[in-house]
Design a binder for this molecule. Structure first.
Ligand SMILES: NC(=O)C1=CN([C@@H]2O[C@H](COP(=O)(O)OP(=O)(O)OC[C@H]3O[C@@H](n4cnc5c(N)ncnc54)[C@H](OP(=O)(O)O)[C@@H]3O)[C@@H](O)[C@H]2O)C=CC1
Ligand SMILES: N[C@@H](CC=O)C(=O)O
Length: 377
């Protein structure tokens, strides 16, 4: 039986769903002679680690208790009462996690760090993990959309990193592009709708619902980033565009991407909290959005938030498109991506499906972990 030891960073909607998927896929993995062993979990404040971290793991009941506890809004520290784990506070977390990675490195069995946080604070630990020959799986886009130095470091062992869920949630976007690139099928242009949140919002407001109500619904459905302004500012789509452009070999940074924001700077995170934005800022945007939708509709068109990568053009923003175009037909949180290459020059390769949500995102992360099984004994 192969064992893949796992250290999970981030236990929000996606992280918890991943733990549920791991538990519910036990039989499937057993039939593949595979054991996914969760040995540590952390959130923003604390970290829990299995007692003999190199030889033991959390049992499934304990993993489900972690999920229940985090769903109720409590901290991982509350698990100390159960006595089945060691607990570390935020100041000791990183150094302890590095110790664990180093121990696994010495045993030559390897450890997989899974980043399901939405934070850039995980980057130093991930870089250290890469140095120690650990594997890395990301749902978090921040590590691969920060500086080029960090990016180059993180992908320095390409076989040891997977990040399918950073673009298109569970859709096979990164793997498809990698297959094209490794067979010499150069990609000239990518165009698509890459935000589950903005796709959902744009198609729902067409039916007359207020923009502010639909954004709050998208948050409740688990589509948005922890701060929905990351979606509405276009930053989240820009991060995805940057990850795709870098994958194509473009040595660019976030500031190379032209981004259109759906809210003014006066409603930004430096000025108001998320709660204030949702309660007071967001409703002030309803009228303008309604006006734009009606104007597009009077031309027989709809609005879609579009991502374009072509030569040195990198743009994300609102476009008015025919209702019956591939992007215009999109509904709900679906993403669609058209990829033009030598092999797909007249008709693009099209990838379409749910582009956000905890279930599909966590499924993408799980498939990435399983895909690395050959690196474990
Ligand atoms: N939801 C979706 O549809 C998709 C999400 N993603 C990405 O998945 C990631 C997770 O999203 P989601 O689960 O919705 O987000 P949540 O806000 O629900 O969860 C984030 C988790 O990360 C934890 N966290 C914050 N900072 C750190 C840190 N420094 N170290 C460890 N953990 C930390 C939080 O801790 P605490 O509990 O203490 O607050 C929380 O548990 C995001 O990066 C998102 O972009 C990608 C594709 C689709
Ligand atoms: N907030 C993101 C989640 C997936 O990356 C989106 O809406 O697409």
């Amino acid at each position: 039986m192969k064992r893949i030891p796992i250290f999970l960073m981030g236990c929000g909607g996606v992280g918890r769903q991943l733990l549920h998927h791991i538990v519910s896929c036990r039989d499937i993995h057993h039939n593949q002679r595979l054991r996914l062993s969760v040995v540590g979990v952390c959130d923003s404040k604390s970290m829990v680690v299995a007692p003999n971290v190199c030889s033991s793991e959390f049992d499934d009941d304990f993993l489900l208790q972690i999920c229940e506890l985090k769903s109720s809004g409590s901290s991982l520290e509350a698990l100390s009462d159960l006595g089945q784990c060691q607990i570390y506070s935020s100041q000791d977390m990183a150094s302890k996690a590095i110790d664990i990675a180093a121990s696994y490195c010495r045993m030559a069995t390897g450890l997989t760090f899974i980043d399901c946080s939405a934070s850039s604070n995980t980057i130093p630990l991930l870089k250290k993990a890469v140095e120690l020959d650990c594997c890395v799986v990301l749902a978090n886009k921040q590590p691969l959309s920060s500086s080029l130095v960090d990016y180059d470091k993180l992908i320095s062992h390409p076989r040891r990193i997977r990040h399918e869920s950073t673009v298109g949630a569970g859709l096979p976007v990164i793997s498809s592009i990698n297959r094209m690139l490794s067979s010499g099928d150069a990609i000239q242009r990518i165009i698509g709708s890459l935000s589950g949140t903005l796709g959902y919002v744009m198609s729902e407001v067409e039916g007359g619902k207020p923009f502010s109500d639909v954004v709050k619904l998208a948050k409740d459905l688990g589509y948005t980033e922890p701060d929905p302004r990351d979606d509405l500012s276009g930053l989240d789509v820009a991060r995805k565009a940057l990850i795709l452009a870098r994958l194509l070999g473009h040595h660019i940074n976030l500031d190379s991407i032209k981004v259109e924001s759906l809210y003014p700077i006066e409603m930004g995170p430096d000025v108001m909290t998320v709660e204030e934005f949702l309660a007071e800022g967001l409703p002030l945007l309803d009228r303008d959005v309604r006006h734009r939708i009606e104007k597009a509709s009077s031309n027989g068109n709809v609005l879609r938030y579009v991502c374009l990568i072509e030569k040195s053009r990198y743009e994300v923003g609102i476009q008015e498109l025919p209702k019956d175009s591939p992007l215009g037909r999109l509904r709900g949180s679906d993403n669609v991506l058209e990829i033009y290459s030598r092999c797909y020059s007249k008709q693009p390769l099209v990838i379409q499906g749910a582009g956000a949500g905890n279930d599909t995102t966590a499924a993408g992360v799980l498939a990435d972990i399983v895909d690395m099984q050959d690196l474990f004994t």
